[in-house]
Design a protein around this ligand. Structure first.
Ligand SMILES: N[C@@H](CCC(=O)N[C@@H](CS)C(=O)NCC(=O)O)C(=O)O
Length: 215
């Protein structure tokens, strides 16, 4: 038992980010699964809404602290457990890392979130082909820009040779894109960086299929 609890779901990319960050820092945690589809979605249950009224995973409970929003959680972990930090101390690098992470987590990911896709299908009557085009559109817009930027910033990883918050956001986004069959051949930098990251145990242990609630 750990007094650190991560409420998440194996296929949630935002929870995947937090798993990577916890693993990189060597912090143990108990996982509690919030099934995003079963029974209309457990994220909508009264119990879960007490933890996060926004009805989204992840939520991290760490002692007295209960936090949602994966980027805020990683920030909190960096402040609280600074032995391994995911934002560089150099000011210019630090804000570059934050901006690139937000390019993925703020500008790309929410457009393809489950509730957005469900709204397209269930309320707007969008068909499967249109939904796939919607999905791919936002991946391509985001990855076109990221691919360009990586030409300037990358080393072994997204920004130089240290693992940063950008990497924590990138790997789950690439996982999602592959899951939805988006063609990524135009993004050699993204694919190379992701391949290097996935060799690290902290990333390998966080993959969705390795989680206890994976089906
Ligand atoms: N900005 C939030 C996003 C959280 C989020 O979108 N979580 C998704 C899974 S990746 C979710 O819970 N979706 C449930 C739904 O759409 O109903 C974060 O970074 O934590």
């Amino acid at each position: 038992m750990s007094d650190r609890i991560l409420y998440g779901y194996w296929r949630s990319s935002a929870a995947y980010r937090v798993r990577i960050a916890l693993n990189l820092k060597g912090l143990s945690y108990e996982q509690r699964s919030v099934h995003l589809v079963k029974n209309g979605g457990e994220q909508h249950s009264a119990d879960f809404q007490r933890l996060n009224p926004n009805q989204l995973v992840p939520v991290l409970v760490d002692g007295q602290m209960t936090l949602n929003q994966s980027l805020a959680i990683v920030d909190y972990l960096d402040d609280t457990y600074p032995e391994v930090t995911l934002t560089p101390s150099d000011k210019q690098q630090r804000y570059l890392v934050k901006a690139m992470a937000q390019d993925i987590a703020v500008d790309m990911h929410p457009l393809n979130n489950l509730r957005v896709l469900q709204y397209l299908t269930n309320t707007l009557d969008v068909n499967d082909d249109q939904k796939s085009r919607w999905y791919a559109n936002w991946i391509i817009k985001g990855f076109d820009a990221l691919e360009q930027r990586l030409q300037q910033t990358r080393g072994k990883y997204s920004v130089g040779d240290q693992v940063t918050l950008v990497d924590v956001c990138l790997v789950p986004q690439v996982y999602n894109a592959k899951r939805f069959n988006v063609d990524l051949t135009a993004y050699p930098n993204i694919l190379e960086v992701t391949a290097s990251l996935n060799q690290l145990p902290a990333f390998a242990d966080a993959i969705p299929e390795a989680q206890p609630d994976a089906v």
